[in-house]
Ligand binder design. Structure first.
Ligand SMILES: NC(=O)c1ccc[n+]([C@@H]2O[C@H](COP(=O)([O-])OP(=O)(O)OC[C@H]3O[C@@H](n4cnc5c(N)ncnc54)[C@H](OP(=O)(O)O)[C@@H]3O)[C@@H](O)[C@H]2O)c1
Length: 268
């Protein structure tokens, strides 16, 4: 299967490297189309497949075409590649907020898979939600899921609106975690730890808590109960968080992200 990745940026290269690392495809079957001439020599040095500047050189040879340009570049890209798009080709879009219907109308094709990955995909720890148009066959869907699985975990959702929800939870989610980490790092610094000690205390605490959580059947609330003793230090912190409605604020923030994802999907 020949794969063409359009957009040799952060996500495009994450995909190319993940596919090759997992040996799910070979360099001979990988093509990258990038419009930025200043980036192509760097891409050639990465030795990840053939690098192209013009769609005429590579579009027709691809079985799977991955759309990895910024959403605002989509209309110009559609116009450029529409004459070469073949209805038998499968298109996998990772562009945030760009709907299957928009891609279908823009390219005149029907086999479309829409995915929402997140940044930890760069290290094979990503979370990707994906959905597809009815015209994508079961075999094609499994093939694409296998490719996406090389970047972390995946979940198939029936309804495209769940992609907006996934954008608000797992797409933006790493930033919420880093926001919480940053506050704790600042608190640790304020308590006298030097920057590297503060970073180590916090990052290892997050890593340990997440590993423990994922290796057990306990819920977050049950784990909190295990750390909290009546009148203890953890309870003092959680009491303050509850008084300040931090839990509610985190939920409200995620809902704001969902509203924004929906708005962007409407071209807002
Ligand atoms: N980064 C994330 O965590 C993340 C998570 C989920 C989804 N996404 C989605 O992934 C997509 C790519 O994001 P990114 O961070 O990888 O962006 P990026 O680093 O800017 O990469 C996009 C690349 O595509 C190139 N490009 C634009 N139009 C093109 C065209 N017509 N033909 C060929 N190449 C073209 C751009 O060149 P120029 O620089 O010259 O414009 C750029 O090199 C976005 O749609 C984003 O919504 C990203």
């Amino acid at each position: 299967m020949k794969i063409l990745i359009i957009g040799g940026g952060n996500m495009g290269m994450t995909y190319a490297e993940s596919f090759l690392r997992s040996h799910i495809t070979s360099k001979d079957d990988m093509m990258i189309l990038e419009k930025a001439t200043d980036k192509t020599s760097g891409l050639i040095k990465m030795d990840i497949g053939t690098i192209h500047l013009h769609p005429e050189e590579c579009m027709k040879r691809a079985d799977l075409i991955i759309l990895a340009v910024k959403p605002q570049d989509a209309p110009a890209l559609f116009e450029q590649i529409k004459p070469m798009a073949d209805p038998q080709q499968v298109f996998l879009s990772i562009m945030a907020g760009v709907k299957i219907q928009t891609i279908s109308a823009g390219l005149g094709v029907k086999k479309i898979i829409r995915a929402m990955p997140n940044l930890p995909a760069q290290i094979g720890m990503g979370m990707t939600a994906f959905t597809s148009s009815d015209e994508v066959t079961r075999i094609e869907l499994v093939m694409v899921q296998n490719l996406l699985n090389t970047t972390g975990k995946t979940v198939y959702v029936e309804n495209e609106s769940a992609i907006d929800a996934a954008t608000a939870i797992s797409g933006s989610g790493p930033a919420y975690v880093w926001y919480f980490m940053n506050a704790l790092i600042q608190a640790a610094s304020g308590m006298g730890f030097n920057p590297s000690e503060a970073e180590l205390l916090v990052s290892q605490t997050f890593r340990g808590a997440i590993e423990l959580y994922s290796k057990s059947n306990l819920s977050c609330e049950e784990w909190i109960d295990k750390v909290c003793s009546r009148g203890g230090t953890t309870e003092a912190a959680l009491h303050t968080y509850r008084e300040n409605a931090v839990h509610q604020d985190i939920m409200t923030g995620a809902v704001a992200a969902l509203h924004r994802a929906v708005e962007l999907g409407k071209g807002g």
